[in-house]
Design a protein around this ligand. Structure first.
Ligand SMILES: NC(=O)c1ccc[n+]([C@@H]2O[C@H](COP(=O)([O-])OP(=O)(O)OC[C@H]3O[C@@H](n4cnc5c(N)ncnc54)[C@H](OP(=O)(O)O)[C@@H]3O)[C@@H](O)[C@H]2O)c1
Length: 278
């Protein structure tokens, strides 16, 4: 049996779906098992004795984290430490997720799994510290991704992912400005979950993995492809990131290269499938 934490999030709900489809017994918890509560978590893990713990809980509000450092730290760092201790107490494998934002974005090349992070915002610092905690579990996978898109999460506070958000906006708005000087790697939750389960199933060596879809995109590229696929006509204006006054610094380049696992399909193909399934 396996345990999924953050099971109502975008990635968590996709993992639960796929695990169940494979006939694997899943214990799934979201805010009903507060990962910040070390004792409660430890008791639950001792009781269930999962072979694998998938941690999909995170604080993901990149800008808000600048003023909510404590909250971001408690979910992205302290809770990970609680999960590691619980996993280690029963010898479980831990699968933890992180972001290409841990890099400073100064490189002109894509970042590989062995490149040194240099986080530039509170969100990125907490995600990096979370990676360091997760790797204290001797049987851990830290999987980095960017720009997650897919079916909306089932949780009460669920945000829409970028494609749905821009399509919703385009119902009333016919002109948009999107950033062109921040390049990243869109990641389809369905493909990421599938690759994650293959990674664990095939017993790849523990450590850091990059599992985005192949290719890269600016926000403008991403939006342009969404509108092209859906045949929505809007005017798109390219702008530099510094036009928007956002509290958190973003890396100009957070493109992460997958050099350790079979490559996922290009993000455009994944997006096409996602948008035609909606
Ligand atoms: N989304 C992205 O673009 C992106 C980019 C890079 C990396 N990632 C990483 O990918 C992973 C999955 O992200 P996601 O977008 O799927 O996250 P998500 O949709 O925000 O899901 C997180 C889930 O955790 C739950 N949660 C919050 N606090 C909790 C607590 N104290 N105890 C237990 N559960 C709690 C949330 O419930 P509530 O909604 O009720 O609070 C939510 O259902 C994370 O590690 C994230 O950092 C995501």
């Amino acid at each position: 049996m396996v345990l999924v934490l953050g099971s109502k999030g975008m990635l968590g709900s996709e993992l639960v779906r796929q695990l169940k489809a494979k006939g694997i017994e899943v214990a799934a918890f979201d805010s009903d098992l507060d990962v910040r509560d070390k004792e409660v978590l430890q008791t639950k893990v001792q009781e269930l004795k999962p072979e694998v713990i998938y941690n999909c809980v995170a604080y993901n509000a990149v800008d808000l984290a600048e003023e909510e450092k404590e909250k971001a730290t408690s979910l992205n760092v302290s809770a990970v430490s609680n999960i590691v201790q619980a996993a280690n107490s029963i010898g479980a494998t831990l699968v933890h997720f992180s972001t290409g934002f841990v890099f400073d974005g100064q490189s002109t090349k894509s970042y590989t799994e062995s490149d040194q992070p240099n986080p530039q915002s509170v969100y990125a610092q907490t995600k990096y510290q979370g990676e360091v905690e997760a790797l204290k579990c001797p049987k851990s996978y830290v999987i980095r991704l960017n720009l997650l898109f897919g079916k909306s999460a089932a949780s009460d506070n669920a945000k829409k992912s970028f494609p749905e958000l821009v399509l919703e906006l385009a119902k009333d708005q016919k002109e948009f400005a999107f950033v062109t000087d921040e390049i990243s790697t869109p990641t389809y939750a369905l493909d990421l979950a599938k690759a994650t389960l293959e990674l664990v199933d095939a017993k790849y060596p523990y450590g850091i993995y990059h599992l985005p879809n192949e290719g890269q995109a600016s926000w403008l590229d991403f939006a342009e492809e969404v509108f092209r696929i859906k045949g929505v006509e809007v005017k798109l204006n390219p702008v530099k990131g510094d036009v928007f006054k956002r509290p958190a610094k973003r890396p100009k380049n957070s493109v992460i290269a997958n050099t350790k696992f079979p490559k996922l399909r290009p993000w455009q193909q994944a997006l096409q499938e996602f948008l035609s399934s909606n």
